[in-house]
Design a protein around this ligand. Structure first.
Ligand code: NOJ
Length: 584
């Protein structure tokens, strides 16, 4: 289990981690690419019930033996992704980058970093993925560029450069004193002094990631052109990195200290002047228009760590004209198995988002894996099944992170010298950075877990790979991987598991989370019951108020150890057991 300061830091970094997006008009070819073989009626866009799979390309599959994953490696693994029934893959950034933040510092938005392959490889990926019924979503970092971007190089060259105002430059308060108290999410002041022009530039993240000035219309124009470039290539949309951070207070007022300090030793600030400013919604509406001008239901996904459901709703747009899928981080990052909290948050997502589709996520490249965040050290394997059920059985788009489906564990570096993630260097030893959740995918029990034939991989292979790997788990009927596959199949095969409302029942039970999936035109109601405790639980359901008069229930899927109860009045769930069944 992670300790408190790490949880807090995780959330703070989370609060600042971004999202994507994009759009465009285009040729018939791009139209086909946006709407692959599985095109559906406009009323049900493909993303509405999608399973999206996040790939951290450095760590998925290495095809050229340099110890770093690449585009051709992803192509080699498309059969696997298809077997998982993934509808789209989101690739974290593969653009040219000095890799200070492993790609989230982009120096050229319209090219591929040679480390990952070529533009021809990328085009091949789009085409090959389409053959596998998989769409490709790009990460789009609009908040900041690399300090090696030609835009920033020009901007910093002189105060009168035409690109000066593309970034946020200010005078300090005095010699060596930054313009205000704003802090970087990666530790310490968010301002760096540039001796050439004797001003400070703002960076929400690393100093090598200067923030773009979104109050300058030329910035929007340039970034939207970038989006068009990729939409024309046929990407299915964008994951918008750190998108709530686009705007800052135009008066540059200090933020309020809210007490305590973070893992970097900085005071905690309320972030009211640098995050989630209302101006961002105008940009989202414009971006959505751009995306909608392309055929094929291109999608905008937001990296939106938001404090409450009201803010979450705003990101869909008052007229459903902003993001289709702002990530819901409130459910997946509760970080403890508390049935009451899950009931409340999931119910909010169902009832307070104006019918919009929530996007649930438990794992990503910025946070310790759910295995570790939710595990109790004793029942981790069962709890991983609980997490899978929480992700895949409510009415929500599901976002998975590579390795989640086999139970990869967070494996942080052992010494500071091993740390790759810059933020881990700043935060060491309190915060060890994000390497632990970015270790190479575990494909088999051979050398380097089948990830690479290099002598050294960019991050070490976790010791668990001998048993925790795709090959071994594919062959074991009761593996976590097969549990995921069964849940995914259940979603795919039962319309009510896609469309049905999520209705909480047995609402006062502190140990078992129970909900119905119900939609009369889509067949019988389904009951999902999840035991959040390490004790056996027996439940007596009374569902007459929900139109269920009988007490019969037929299992569709359940974890091991169920007593095959078929009576709603005496349902016994083993510790961390999951039951999914059809009601009569
Ligand atoms: C969010 C990304 O997910 C994270 O990895 C990155 O460091 C920050 N945004 C800055 O781009």
């Amino acid at each position: 289990m992670i300790c408190n300061h790490r949880k807090k830091l995780t959330l703070r970094i989370a609060a600042v981690l971004g999202v994507i997006f994009l759009c465009g008009i285009s040729s018939g070819r791009a139209a086909q690419q946006g709407a692959p073989q599985h095109s559906r009626p406009a009323a049900t866009p493909w993303w509405q019930h999608a399973l999206i799979y996040e790939i951290y390309p450095r760590s998925f599959q290495d095809s050229n033996d340099d110890g770093v994953g690449d585009i051709n490696g992803i192509i080699q693994r498309l059969d696997y992704l298809q077997s998982l029934k993934v509808n789209a893959i989101w690739l974290t950034p593969i653009y040219p980058s000095p890799l200070v933040d492993f790609g989230y510092d982009i120096s050229n938005y319209e090219a591929i970093d040679p480390l990952y392959g070529s533009m021809a490889d990328f085009d091949h990926l789009i085409a090959a993925a389409r053959q596998h019924h998989i769409r490709v979503i790009m990460d789009m970092v609009m908040n900041h560029t690399s300090d090696q971007s030609p835009w920033f190089k020009e901007s910093r060259s002189s105060r009168s450069n035409p690109r000066r105002n593309w970034y946020i430059w200010r005078d300090g308060k005095g010699p060596g004193i930054p313009p205000n108290n704003w802090q970087s999410a990666f530790g310490h002041s968010a301002w760096t002094y540039d001796p050439t022009t004797k001003q400070w530039y703002y960076h929400k993240f690393y100093a090598a990631q200067p923030d773009l000035n979104w109050r300058n219309p030329e910035v929007q124009k340039a970034m939207f052109n970038v989006c068009r470039f990729w939409l024309d290539k046929g990407v299915a949309g964008f994951r918008l990195d750190a998108v709530p951070e686009l705007f800052e207070d135009p008066q540059f007022r200090d933020e309020k200290e809210i007490g305590g300090s973070n893992a970097f030793g900085d005071p905690n600030l309320d972030e009211s002047r640098t995050s989630n400013l209302p101006e961002v919604h105008g940009v989202m509406r414009a971006l959505r228009k751009l995306v909608d001008s392309y055929p094929g239901n291109r999608v905008l996904i937001g990296e939106t760590y938001l404090p409450n459901i009201q803010d979450q709703l705003r990101w869909y747009g008052t007229n459903r004209d902003e993001l289709q899928l702002p990530m819901d981080m409130q459910v997946g990052f509760i970080n403890r198995l508390d049935a009451n909290e899950f009931r409340e948050k999931m119910n909010q997502a169902e009832t307070q988002l104006d019918g919009n589709m929530p996007l649930f996520v438990f794992d990503n490249h910025d946070n310790p894996r759910s295995w570790n965040r939710y595990g109790d050290g004793v029942h981790d394997a069962q709890i991983a099944r609980v997490i899978a059920a929480l992700l895949l059985t409510p009415r929500a788009v599901a976002l998975m992170y590579y390795g989640q489906e086999i139970g990869m564990v967070t494996t942080p570096p052992k010494t500071k010298a091993e740390v790759q993630d810059p933020v881990g260097k700043v935060g060491w030893p309190k915060y060890k950075g994000r390497d632990g959740e970015r270790t190479p995918m575990q494909w088999d029990s051979e050398k380097n877990a089948g990830f690479s034939t290099a002598n050294k991989t960019w991050l070490p292979i976790p010791a668990s790979y001998k048993t925790v790997n795709v090959q071994t788990e594919s062959a074991a009927p009761d593996s976590l991987l097969n549990w995921y596959k069964r849940l995914i199949a259940l979603r795919a095969e039962n319309p009510v598991m896609r469309n049905g409302q999520t209705v909480m029942v047995d609402r006062t039970n502190p140990n078992v989370l129970s909900y119905l999936r119900t939609e009369p035109k889509d067949g019988p109601t389904v009951l999902v019951a999840i035991n959040f405790s390490a004790q056996t639980q027996t439940i007596d359901y009374h569902l007459r108020a929900h139109g269920i008069s009988g007490s019969g229930v037929t299992a569709l899927l359940e974890t091991a150890g169920m007593q095959r109860r078929t009576d709603l009045h005496h349902m016994t769930l083993p510790p961390f057991g999951v039951f999914i069944g059809t009601l009569q």
